[in-house]
Design a protein around this ligand. Structure first.
Ligand code: ADP
Length: 484
């Protein structure tokens, strides 16, 4: 699509759609970067302040709206998403690159998240506590936190916004939402569904453009009460530093270096399946991706050869084409990062078994890559790559495997493949990660369970998803009523 034909999209500020004014953010198809899939506004600082003001003005009425009424709007949005799954999934693949099957799964997840939180509108509550004196009612109320800034990455451009926006809204908060520069279209389709569902003006505001400019204001503006962020560790750190000036509440999710441990009694077919799903699903661009496989020496050769064969068979290509199992990386930076780690792994002395190259001629394609004999201290075993690169680390026994799994600065997700119940629970109890998977890939989350990492993977403040989200998006008031 030529640039002149590319469609311009708008921002949403205080209920008004604001078309691009001057230069725009070009949104490209990563499977064919000559195709511009949309042009998005570059919001100014004034736009950002106006969006925060609009959310602030909309707060009193929205926070006083009965929660089941708020839930009815979320339920309607869920129905609208359901009726547009194919359209939204296609838009998602065109701007982010993952396969259509992966995109459909993600849109379906967003639909379910809205449905789940719509129900929460009928359920959530405070507590009634025993009083220490006669004739006193002692209870707590969950109130909305206030105006929340939601800053999201490109890798799950509808699921992550959904799991932040749906709880924000059901608990009575108003929202300023900024998606990543590389995937604004899917985010816009979500906002459109909410507007169509009847969300009042100003309750959600949508901004696109320069992440640092908009994001700095969204984190530091004194009318913002909370910031929920998912992205890189370095940006998350800036968000925290800006938020602390106003003592705003912060929730940060910042990546991982997730290890899948394979013990010697494991079913090898399953182990290979989980490593492929976790390592190469979404082209390795998931916070919970399996970037390290820690395997007991006794079965390492057999495992590595089966993994290499399965990897050889992976079909890489444009995610919109049927049969493709791994799409491109999202942008040129990601391609260069993957390439640099593929080169680094060889320099560090790891054994390259398959892959090791990228092809950026038309789209941002990277080969599924496996390194064997990786030492835990190597940079490829320590740093988040966010590409299709698996480092195989060999271990001697369960304790050595757990030690190696923990020898990183991150602590998001970890997995173990074994048929030994005792070892599985020892791993679950001793591994330093916020999510543990036993005989499952390190990727994949339940929408109703708490999600969040330990160590450098998060701010170690509040969990996301399920009812855990209520702790971040509400404040607790304690009320003493003497009726004697
Ligand atoms: P990635 O490296 O995956 O692109 P980032 O952490 O840079 O991750 O981006 C995550 C989100 O943070 C995006 O929406 C991006 O626009 C936004 N962002 C970028 N810089 C800042 C900043 N200084 N403050 C707040 N948000 C930012």
């Amino acid at each position: 699509m030529a640039k002149t034909n590319a469609k311009p999209y708008s921002n949403l500020i205080g209920g008004n759609w604001k078309a691009p004014n001057g230069s725009t953010l070009e949104n490209h198809n990563p499977a064919d970067y000559s195709e511009i899939v949309g042009l998005f506004p570059i919001a100014s600082l004034e736009d950002t302040k106006n969006a925060i003001d609009a959310a602030h003005s909309a707060l009193p009425a929205w926070s006083r709206t009965p929660a089941p009424t708020r839930g009815a709007i979320l339920d309607k949005a869920s129905q609208i998403i359901t009726s547009r799954i194919d359209e939204i999934a296609t838009a998602l693949t065109r701007e982010e690159g993952k396969t259509l099957a992966e995109a459909k799964g993600e849109v379906t997840r967003a639909r379910d998240i809205f449905k789940y939180y719509a129900g929460e509108g009928w359920r959530y509550s405070g507590q009634v506590l025993p009083s220490s004196v006669n004739d006193e009612l002692l209870y707590t109320r969950r109130e909305s936190l206030g105006v929340v800034s939601i800053i999201t990455p490109w890798n799950f451009p509808i699921a992550i916004p959904a799991w932040k926006i749906a709880p924000a809204l059901i608990y009575g908060n108003t929202v300023v939402f900024k998606p990543a520069e590389d995937a604004p279209h899917t985010a816009l389709l979500l906002v459109e569904a909410l507007v169509e569902a009847g969300l009042p003006a100003g309750v959600i505001n949508f901004l696109t453009g320069d992440g640092a400019l908009i994001g700095t204001e969204m984190a530091s503006n004194s009318n913002v009460n909370g910031i929920s962020f998912t992205g890189s560790h370095s940006t998350g750190t800036k968000v925290y530093q800006n938020a602390i000036k106003n003592m705003a509440r912060v929730q940060l999710e910042m990546g991982g270096k997730n290890g899948l441990v394979i013990l010697k009694d494991a079913n090898l077919d399953l182990a290979v399946k989980f490593a492929i799903a976790g390592g190469f699903g979404l082209s390795g661009q998931a916070c919970t991706a399996t970037s390290r496989v820690i395997v007991e020496e006794e079965i390492a050769d057999a495992f590595v050869s089966a993994l290499t064969i399965a990897t050889k068979n992976l079909v890489v290509g444009n995610g919109l084409e049927s049969g493709v199992q791994m799409g491109p990386l999202v942008n040129h930076d990601q391609l260069e990062t993957s390439q640099s780690y593929m080169t680094l792994g060889q320099k560090e002395g790891a054994k390259l078994l398959i892959g090791g190259e990228v092809d950026g001629q038309k789209g941002y394609f990277a080969q599924a890559t496996i390194f064997d004999h990786v030492e835990p201290t190597m940079r490829i075993a320590q740093e988040e790559i966010f590409g299709p690169v698996i480092s195989v680390i060999r271990a001697n026994g369960l304790n050595d495997a757990i030690e190696k799994a923990n020898a990183i600065s991150f602590g998001l997700s970890a997995g173990v493949v074994t048929n030994n119940l005792k070892d599985a629970f020892a791993f679950a109890n001793q591994v330093d990660a916020g999510v543990v998977k036993i005989n499952e890939p390190t990727t994949g989350l339940a929408l109703n369970a708490p999600f969040g990492g330990f160590k450098g993977s998060s701010a170690n403040t509040f969990k996301e998803q399920g009812q855990a989200a209520m702790d971040f998006y509400t404040r607790t008031k304690t009320i003493y009523v003497n009726h004697g």
